[in-house]
Design a protein around this ligand. Structure first.
Ligand SMILES: O=C(O)CCC(=O)C(=O)O
Length: 256
């Protein structure tokens, strides 16, 4: 069910490991981001289809993506969660074209990330409609306290090779975060989350951004994925520790 979107609640985030949907962006901002997304993958929003484009780290060189990633409503909530010193370290667009059979298996993000200590807050922003039929984001409240081993999914429709095994996940407790354009949700590095295929004719266009604090060191040499996706941008406050200077990024200046 699409709801109005409440205010960010730190209490809910801390107790349940997530908070949302919240009306973070205006409808105009979301529509602009939606259009920019399709422009960037070379498609018309009226004829959305599969894409082979790399959907990660667009904020490194596209100013509009950087502006989405550092939107004031995201920063405001991140300040409550993480404090004043904020480091943006990753961004990914999550796109499911109409009829896409791919699903995101239940997982905990921290399983894939070598960061120490494990401190992360993710903002997941819906630029279009996210509903059950097009595979909206789902979370399982309270799972953010758990550390669970991941297994091979062995399923070609799974977007990830590793996920949580079915016996670890109580799907009856899952909350489907249906969202209208501009709504967003926050969750932490351990919260169980995933999403189903897109059985509808409505594309699901969203992005997530990952924030941490300067005390976290990225062990980039242990990363098995594409390390060029990881750069640290100090977007608020100060970095007194300089643990990640080797992978520090600068905001793109051009409005591309
Ligand atoms: O968009 C989705 O369905 C999954 C998103 C996700 O796994 C994430 O943001 O960490």
């Amino acid at each position: 069910m699409i709801t109005q979107g409440t205010a960010f609640s730190l209490e809910q985030y801390q107790e349940e490991g997530y908070c949302g949907p919240i009306q973070g962006f205006t409808l105009e901002e979301a529509e602009q981001g939606y259009k920019r997304f399709f422009e960037a993958v070379g498609q018309s929003p009226f004829e959305p289809g599969p894409t082979d484009a790399n959907l990660s780290a667009w904020h490194h060189d596209k100013r509009w993506a950087y502006d989405l990633a550092t939107h004031p409503s995201i920063i405001k909530a991140m300040q409550q969660i993480l404090g004043d010193d904020l480091v943006l370290w990753a961004m990914h667009f999550w796109y499911k074209h109409p009829g896409s059979e791919k699903y995101i298996p239940w997982h905990q993000d921290i399983n894939y990330w070598p960061m120490e200590p494990a401190i992360n807050a993710t903002a997941w922003v819906s630029l279009g409609w996210s509903i059950e039929e097009n595979g909206c984001l789902k979370v399982i409240p309270g799972t953010h306290q758990l550390a669970v081993e991941h297994v091979q999914t062995g399923d070609e429709d799974s977007a990830f090779a590793e996920g949580l095994s079915a016996d670890q996940v109580d799907e009856a407790k899952a909350v489907a975060l249906e969202m209208s354009p501009g709504q967003m949700a926050f969750f932490n590095e351990a919260t169980f989350h995933g999403s189903g295929p897109n059985f509808s004719n409505i594309p699901r266009v969203a992005f997530s951004v990952r924030y941490t604090t300067p005390e976290v060191k990225f062990k980039i040499e242990e990363w098995s994925g594409d390390t060029s996706r990881i750069k640290t941008f100090l977007v608020h406050g100060e970095d007194r520790l300089h643990l990640n200077d080797a992978i520090a990024g600068l905001p793109p200046e051009e409005r591309t």
